[in-house]
Ligand binder design. Structure first.
Ligand SMILES: [Zn+2]
Length: 277
């Protein structure tokens, strides 16, 4: 809004000059002339009010996208819905910095974020003490690795982007980028690896009962609202503030979308094209 001219510095002559710039306002001004002539001081107040109300109007009528309109308080662009920020139901995720990763296998091939890695190792040890063998299949995955996993396999199989997205997240949208997610199998029944049949194994049943004690949860249960295929083998760590915000803020606000600069990390942790999001 333009500033109101001070009443004392508001000679009658200035008003027509300001309003002559726009013919539309000129007509309005003539309608108000009787009031201006007979209103005295009250009229001057009215003029100031009229200027305040009328001058911005041609701006918004002639060009709604003008920056002036953006300065009007209370007018804001509506924020995007969470759905608008997903890609085939997959939320965007940052890639964990290499410095945050720790090995979960003796050969160092599979990694997770430090906090998640330690809890995972403790969980697997507890399972083993109960006679259940949980084996890791895929942990942290870089965006570059996911790129191959998603596009190369899609091309090999002649899948549509949407079809592929049901079983593999597009690059930049995999929970595995975060370092908090892990695909596991039952060491005694490797035939069920990355299959819905994994839910029938002792490993799955043990996890269902005990994983919450180690702050792990299943990411894609049956009929999940994201529309991703049921994946009993894919679990994620939600046991500290960062992991919790990573997964639950992403769902609420679609946040955490900016890929980090750590894309040079390429470790072939998961060459299996059937692997999960
Ligand atoms: Zn997975």
């Amino acid at each position: 809004m333009p500033e109101k001219p001070p009443k004392s510095a508001l000679p009658i002559d200035d008003i027509p000059e300001a309003l002559r710039d726009t013919p539309y306002l000129g007509r309005r001004q003539r309608q108000w002339q009787p009031i201006l002539l007979f209103g005295g001081l009250l009229g001057l107040g009215a003029i100031a009010l009229i200027i305040g109300i009328l001058v911005p109007r041609p701006v918004s009528e002639s060009d709604a996208s003008t920056p002036v309109q953006n300065q009007i308080p209370g007018i804001q662009t509506p924020s995007a819905t969470p759905e608008a920020n997903t890609l085939f139901g997959h939320f965007p995720y940052q890639e964990a910095p290499q410095s945050e990763l720790e090995a979960i296998t003796a050969d160092g091939r599979l990694k997770m974020r430090k906090t998640a890695a330690r809890q995972y190792i403790a969980m697997v040890a507890a399972a083993r003490a109960s006679g259940v063998i949980i084996v890791p299949i895929s942990g942290f995955r870089s965006i570059t690795e996911q790129q191959h996993l998603y596009f190369d396999t899609k091309a090999q199989r002649g899948q549509s982007a949407a079809e592929r997205a049901k079983v593999s997240a597009p690059p930049g949208h995999s929970e595995h980028h975060t370092g908090y997610a892990i695909d596991v199998g039952d060491g005694r029944v490797p035939a069920t690896n990355l299959s819905p049949n994994f839910e029938k194994t002792a490993a799955f049943k043990w996890l269902q009962k005990n994983a919450p004690y180690y702050s792990f949860e299943i990411s894609f249960p049956r009929n999940n609202p994201q529309g991703v295929s049921y994946e009993p083998w894919h679990w994620r760590y939600v046991g500290d503030r960062d992991s919790l915000e990573t997964f639950y803020k992403a769902k609420q606000f679609g946040g955490g979308a900016q890929p980090s600069g750590d894309r040079s990390v390429v470790s072939p942790t998961n060459p299996n094209p059937n692997t999960s999001p």
